[in-house]
Design a protein around this ligand. Structure first.
Ligand SMILES: NC(=O)c1ccc[n+]([C@@H]2O[C@H](COP(=O)([O-])OP(=O)(O)OC[C@H]3O[C@@H](n4cnc5c(N)ncnc54)[C@H](OP(=O)(O)O)[C@@H]3O)[C@@H](O)[C@H]2O)c1
Length: 292
């Protein structure tokens, strides 16, 4: 039986390629077929629907955009879960919220298959280089069975415990990520409003203890005012929304995260949703503070 991969966007296409290049017998499908062309040329097998793919696999990875899309692809018309052989394994790598993951785990159990949540930390380049970090929730023995495959796509795989602990950890990671970028953008804007030179501010802040290293990796984007997409801004807005929902569900107050979420929402509404998440810098600098 083959290993299936559903969802060949920015991340999924590169993760699938690393599986293929490590000798995994791979079956693929995606809403937009052309995104699978390169993988087909390298030996992957194409199936027109998730349901058809599932009948030929005992292991399926999904890397899809939102909880709604995961639910549709898994359980909607042509959904794959009910078509998988009994005791097969579904590994969802999409960034979704923990309560949604628990729902998927329950439904999978009902359908007689095993389920793991395995979202990833790392963006386009780590995905391409096989350097992602997997945050995994589910049965330990399933993790041990899959660890080698995770390491075909990543440099590390952390077993976080029961189902939904992987997606819980991912909520925490992206809450840090999204807010660090907003804090940096606002502080540079403040400095400029005070008449300071932007490049000198970059020198003081980037590489020092105050700025998250990943923000420094976006420096060229800020300088060129161009934001080629590695992590779409609209997905950061989605992730902060899901973190906010998760906080609500667990009686936890996150005022700063919610304010940050709205900045990404406003940037998306202004047309920057498909740009890299670092375009929130452009939004704060040019749209909120256009007089500076
Ligand atoms: N990019 C990053 O840096 C990064 C890093 C870590 C985690 N993530 C997470 O990983 C997931 C995928 O991200 P990405 O950047 O790869 O996104 P992406 O390029 O937008 O890919 C999204 C995938 O979902 C599919 N999809 C969307 N709507 C669909 C629908 N209605 N029916 C069926 N399929 C649908 C897309 O199919 P089409 O190809 O047909 O559009 C594509 O395969 C997201 O949850 C994201 O938050 C992203």
């Amino acid at each position: 039986m083959k290993t299936g991969f559903i969802g060949l966007g920015i991340m999924g296409s590169r993760m699938a390629k690393n599986l293929l290049q490590n000798g995994v017998d791979l079956a693929i499908t995606n809403r937009t077929k052309e995104k699978g062309d390169e993988l087909l040329a390298e030996g992957a097998a194409w199936f027109d629907t998730p349901a058809e793919l599932a009948q030929n696999t005992t292991l399926v990875f999904t890397m899809l955009s939102t909880p709604e899309v995961v639910r549709e692809v898994a359980f909607g018309e042509n959904g794959f879960v009910d078509k998988m052989p009994k005791n097969a394994l579904w590994v969802d790598c999409s960034t979704v919220n923990p309560s949604f993951t628990r729902e998927m785990a329950k439904k999978s159990e009902k359908a007689g298959i095993r389920f793991m949540d395995a979202p990833v930390s790392g963006s386009l380049i780590p995905a391409e280089n096989g350097e992602l970090v997997f945050l995994v929730g589910g049965e330990k023995k399933d993790f041990e069975q899959l660890e080698e495959m995770f390491l075909f796509m990543g440099k590390n795989a952390h077993y976080m415990g029961e189902n939904a602990n992987g997606t819980s950890a991912k909520m925490v990671v992206n809450a840090m990520l999204g807010q660090a970028l907003v804090a940096f953008s606002e502080c540079i804007t403040l400095g400029k409003s005070l008449g300071l030179d932007r490049d000198k501010l970059f020198k003081i802040l980037i590489g020092g203890p105050l700025t998250a290293p990943f923000v420094g990796l976006k420096k060229e984007n800020f300088i060129n005012n161009e934001y080629p997409t590695e992590f779409p801004l609209k997905w950061m807005h989605k992730d902060l929304f899901l973190a906010s929902v998760s906080a609500f569900e667990n009686n936890c107050a996150l005022p700063s995260l919610n304010a940050g979420k709205e900045l990404y929402g406003a940037a998306k509404a202004s047309g920057l949703g498909d740009k890299d998440m670092s375009a929130v810098y452009q939004y704060i600098m040019e749209k909120l503070n256009y007089k500076i």
